[in-house]
Design a protein around this ligand. Structure first.
Ligand code: ZN
Ligand code: ZN
Length: 929
């Protein structure tokens, strides 16, 4: 019985004890390199089954390339910094705000973050070993290491030299809980359906009586900072009377907003409204008091929802901010980084935006600005890490400008081979929409941005630790820095090169995608050893989930284009998401998430890898234990075939032979050719499908059937043996444990299957016609067996003949014996014509007797088996029957069941030691020996 868990434990031990992985690397050392760069896994939690999918691909291709003899680095990576880790550490420590982190102490906090990374990187390493992944685990890279940080500093300095680095004031998505802005690439996939109370409010137009603009908005917290209202100059608006008031709003939506009891007084184009001034709802706030509110033009104003008149608060919305620049409007930023209103906002001051909505509505009502409210469902962005609803805030952040680099990145991305091809298009789309890269985060555990802003106006960008030492006030301090993280790094002050004043580092840390993006430089030791770097750069191959287009693939491409103007990777395999068996996303809250440890314990790593390998990478994988059962069945077949080969195949030298063997050899060699081609073209699912076809369908089922009675033949043993071992070698990168185990059991050519060379196809044995005709023969056999089934004549009863009419029967002639044998038909007649199969089911007396003998033979063999006789043990056989045709078959029977003597009687005189009564059709035979 194949027990994956047992096999896997045993093989892990074997690999460790015999240092097999080291031997593989030693064997390939100095050969042509194949560069794979690992996308770092966040060392923040134990692995889920979705991680194992991507890691399986990594291992498949590295093992395949190793068997091909390529020298490889096998460096695994851990992502260590950023909100991922910080938020989990906050939870662990019971902290829930930046204030609480600072009270707790930054030194302790940083140490706790490092400890978490160390803990989970160790767990993930152990899990990956269980998955069968071969990596140089002692040499994993960590993005928190100083050399990684220094390489990013170097990159930032290069950006600075190109004039791309700048500090800008922009309205950015902001998480109030985490207290930091987020970048464009952190927003995708964070939009969720939410219901908010939307507000219709009315603002009086100056110098009129009871004339109001009707404005609609879902963000009441921003009303205090309203400076303008925008209309679309080319849309049609109306002036409508209701309850003695006159309202202005878009014509198309008027009925939906005003509902009833209103009268349209006038229709007018939006441009007629531009320039009008109005009284804002919060003009009594000190900050707003002197602001003139006016109506401005904006062509993006729509009339599908709202009122066709848009509330503009340039400190609270990205588009508002752009409009403000054009219209020269004041920008008012009402809240601080935690969402508290700042000074100058009267009763708002000190209150938090999260709790302000009701108060705003009450205030509007009290001062006669409220029209009405309604619930509104829309898609709203959330913090990708802590799930808090984001707000948009006017902030000063650091950016890398994207305009100059965009065309270069687009060109470099085109040099990449994407699997699937569609990935290339997605990358181009992302680059088309790429905004300037917001690289600063107001957090703690991350890349310290090496920017020093002096009050004299000079900003110093540091490119290395050595540069920092040169310019620092106290260079000795650099040498005693435990690491380049906060809070330690902030102890280092520099002397401003312009005015000689002492300057501190800015407090911000960097976007964690800088950490991962620099990896093709940092892990290849770019700054220290250019020869080494050149050997391994760019990566031949990388593979991660599709979402990495806007994350890791993007950040690497950005950084590499900046530094070298080339793509850091040549080919990319993308994979999709892992869902549960029913296709629902796995969630802890749904209770359907499967952790890696549970899965590997329950079904074993090879079964998981088999499932991952078969999956089309561009479709979501529905993972569950039911489909695992199907996968296990396939592995059972391979296991059983292995045991069969072990039991029967004593001869290993292959020679040319009969047509069946020629066919399986041809199949084997073409499978080798196809599998290699698929793997070279990064099509793992096609590769394994071909292996399955060869090993399970062709070798185990068809060939196994064809040679069933010929296993004594050394030539057949050798062909079966070689075909199985070659198939096993193709399969080894996919399911390394069971293939290693079977190899150990059956072959002793090498210490490990992974020390074997990749099987190169011997093309001279490939006979495409033979493979094609064999398919037809298989079909003919199936059809004859189906006709037998229909006539309810079991295959043990010989039939006289079959007429096979075929458009081109000549090539099929040489398969006659196979068809006869497999279908137990005495004669196969081919005729040219339209395809049909005509089976003669008349059983003559003679054929019937043959059938009885055949069946009787089988029953006797079974009894021999029960008696635990060996093949060579002779028996003295007694048969009692009323039939008298047995006499004629005595000699044949003797040979088949290895009997020294056969006695046929009417009745058994005395019962022999082994004995049974067999009913065959309506006849009875008593046998014994
Ligand atoms: Zn957050
Ligand atoms: Zn200065």
């Amino acid at each position: 019985m194949y027990n994956p868990q047992e096999v896997e434990k045993e093989i892990i031990k074997f690999w460790e004890k015999d240092k097999v992985f080291d031997k593989v690397r030693k064997k390939n050392k100095g050969n042509k390199p194949f560069s794979f760069i690992d996308g770092p896994i966040t060392a923040n939690n134990p692995m889920g089954v979705h991680h194992a999918w991507g890691r399986t691909y990594k291992d498949i291709f590295q093992r395949f390339k190793a068997m091909q003899g390529f020298d490889q680095r096998y460096q695994n990576g851990f992502d260590c910094q950023g909100l991922w880790v910080e938020v989990e550490v906050e939870k662990d420590l019971g902290l829930n705000s930046k204030k609480e982190i600072e009270e707790y102490g930054l030194e302790k906090f940083s140490k706790a973050c490092r400890k978490r990374v160390e803990k989970y990187s160790k767990i993930q390493t152990e899990q990956s070993i269980k998955l069968g992944q071969w990596m140089d685990w002692d040499n994993s890279y960590y993005t928190m290491d100083d050399y990684n940080i220094e390489h990013i500093w170097y990159f930032l300095k290069e950006c600075h030299k190109k004039g791309w680095l700048y500090k800008g004031t922009k309205v950015m998505p902001w998480c109030l809980r985490c207290g930091t802005s987020l970048a464009q690439h952190e927003l995708v996939d964070t939009y969720e359906e939410k219901t908010h109370e939307a507000v219709y409010f009315k603002v009086p137009i100056k110098n009129t009586k009871n004339h109001y603009l009707l404005i609609w908005s879902t963000t009441s917290w921003t009303f205090s900072s309203n400076v303008a209202a925008a209309v679309n100059p080319s849309l049609m608006y109306v002036k409508a009377e209701q309850d003695g008031n006159i309202y202005y709003l878009a014509e198309k939506i008027a009925d939906k907003v005003l509902r009833e009891n209103y009268k349209i007084l006038e229709r007018l184009k939006g441009n007629k409204l531009i320039g009008l001034e109005y009284t804002g709802p919060f003009d009594y706030l000190p900050t707003i008091k002197n602001i003139k509110h006016k109506i401005i033009a904006w062509k993006d104003v729509g009339e599908e929802e709202g009122t066709g008149i848009v509330h503009i608060a340039p400190g609270c919305g990205a588009e508002d901010h752009e409009l403000a620049k054009r219209e020269n409007l004041p920008e008012i930023a009402p809240i601080d980084e935690t969402g508290d209103y700042v000074e100058g906002f009267d009763w708002f001051t000190g209150k938090n935006v999260r709790n302000i909505h009701k108060l705003v509505v009450e205030d509007l009502k009290k001062n006669n600005f409220l029209y009405r409210t309604e619930n509104y469902r829309h898609r709203y962005p959330h913090c990708w890490r802590c799930k808090e609803e984001l707000v948009f805030r006017l902030v000063s952040e650091w950016f890398i400008s994207s305009d100059e680099i965009r065309p270069l990145m687009k060109k470099n991305a085109k040099s990449v081979v994407w699997h699937p091809e569609h990935g290339g298009k997605l990358m181009q789309d992302w680059l088309d929409n790429m905004q300037d890269w917001n690289i600063s985060r107001r957090r703690y555990w991350g890349l310290p941005l090496p920017f020093y802003e002096c009050s004299c106006g000079h900003t110093e960008i540091i490119g290395s630790k050595a540069d920092l030492k040169k310019i620092s006030v106290d260079p000795k301090k650099i040498d005693s820095l435990p690491e380049l993280h906060k809070p330690w790094i902030d102890e280092i002050k520099i002397k401003c090169p312009k005015c000689k004043k002492e300057v501190s580092r800015i407090a911000d840390v960097g976007d964690c995608w800088l950490d991962a993006g620099i990896v093709p430089f940092s892990t290849l030791n770019y700054l220290q050893d250019k020869i080494y770097w050149k050997k391994w750069f760019p990566a031949e191959f990388i593979t991660e989930m599709r979402e990495q287009i806007r994350l890791w693939f993007y950040s690497m491409l950005f950084m590499s284009t900046t530094l070298k103007n080339v793509s850091p990777y040549k080919s990319v395999l993308l994979n999709e998401k892992v869902n549960d068996e029913k296709g629902r996303p796995m969630h802890k809250s749904l209770g359907n998430a499967i952790w890696f440890d549970d899965a590997v314990e329950k079904i074993g790593a090879d079964v998981m890898r088999w499932m991952y390998s078969f999956q089309n990478p561009s479709a979501n994988l529905n993972f569950g234990y039911q489909s695992a059962k199907e996968a296990k069945k396939d592995l059972d077949i391979i296991w059983n075939l292995g045991n069969y080969v072990k039991l029967y195949c004593k001869h290993k030298k292959e020679e040319a032979g009969d047509v069946a063997s020629k066919w399986i050899i041809s199949r084997r060699e073409s499978a080798k050719e196809k599998v290699t081609k698929y793997l070279e073209k990064i099509q793992p699912n096609q590769a394994i499908a071909e292996i399955k076809q060869f090993l399970i369908e062709d070798l185990s089922r068809t060939y196994g059937q064809l040679i069933r009675d010929d296993l004594d033949n050394p030539r057949i043993q050798a062909t079966l043996y070689k075909s199985f071992i070659d198939g096993l070698k193709l399969l080894a990168p996919f399911i390394p444990f069971v293939t290693e185990k079977l190899y150990q059991e059956i072959s002793n050519d090498k210490e490990s299957i992974f020390l074997e060379d990749w099987s190169i196809s011997e093309r001279k044995y490939i006979d495409n016609d033979l493979e094609k005709y064999m398919m037809e023969v298989k079909y003919i056999i199936q059809e004859i067996l189906a006709q037998r089934d229909k006539a309810q004549i079991g295959v043990r009863w010989p039939l006289p003949n079959v007429l096979v009419t075929n458009e081109n029967p000549n090539p099929l002639e040489k398969f006659k014996d196979i068809i006869k044998k497999q279908t137990n038909v005495k004669q196969v007649i081919f005729k040219t014509g339209q395809n049909s199969i005509d089976l003669d089911i008349k059983i003559t007396e003679e054929l019937e007797r043959e059938g009885y003998i055949r069946e009787l033979t089988r029953r006797i063999q079974e009894l021999r088996k029960k008696a635990k006789l060996k093949k060579e043990d002779k028996i003295k056989l007694h048969i009692a029957t009323k039939e008298n045709f047995l006499e004629n078959f005595k000699e044949e029977l003797k040979e088949k069941v290895n009997a020294a003597d056969i006695k046929v009687e009417k009745k058994l005189e005395k019962k022999p030691k082994y004995h049974s009564i067999e009913k065959i059709k309506d006849k009875e035979f008593e046998i014994g020996f």
